[in-house]
Write a protein that binds this ligand. Structure first.
Ligand SMILES: [Zn+2]
Length: 129
């Protein structure tokens, strides 16, 4: 199957190795894409693991899983990214994720903040646009 992050690549060549922990996301944007596809696949464990431990929403785990499963994910659009490259330790990715909730189109428009901790990228926080 093509990867749910809409990169145009096949899932096994895109987000799958990151989800399985075989490979780390090289950039903040790659981590962002892998988190979007984890929402599509309702991979809650990966969503928790890729969320920095300082802000990891463990108490909302079930709600996040229910939300991810209850909506129809339509697509991801990266609006812009700042830093977050292989040599950086922090980065920002502004994105729009669209989905249908009870048949109605909805959009998450967020500027996400990513940090690198011991060489691994994590999602830390997001600011809704
Ligand atoms: Zn992907």
């Amino acid at each position: 199957m093509t990867c749910p992050c809409k990169s145009g690549k096949e899932y096994p060549q895109c987000c799958a190795p990151i989800h399985k922990g075989e490979q780390a996301a090289k950039t903040a944007e790659a981590l962002m894409r892998s988190r979007y596809s984890a929402f599509v696949l309702a991979d809650i464990n990966y969503l928790m693991r890729s969320h920095h431990k300082s802000t990891r929403p463990l108490r909302d785990k079930k709600n996040i899983l229910n939300f991810a499963k209850s909506v129809t994910w339509m697509g991801l659009q990266i609006v812009s990214s700042k830093a977050g490259k292989e040599t950086d330790t922090e980065g920002w990715v502004e994105f729009k994720a669209t989905y249908l909730e009870n048949g109605r189109p909805q959009c998450i428009h967020e500027n996400s903040y990513f940090v690198k901790d011991k060489g691994i990228w994590y999602y830390k926080s997001g600011e809704h646009k």
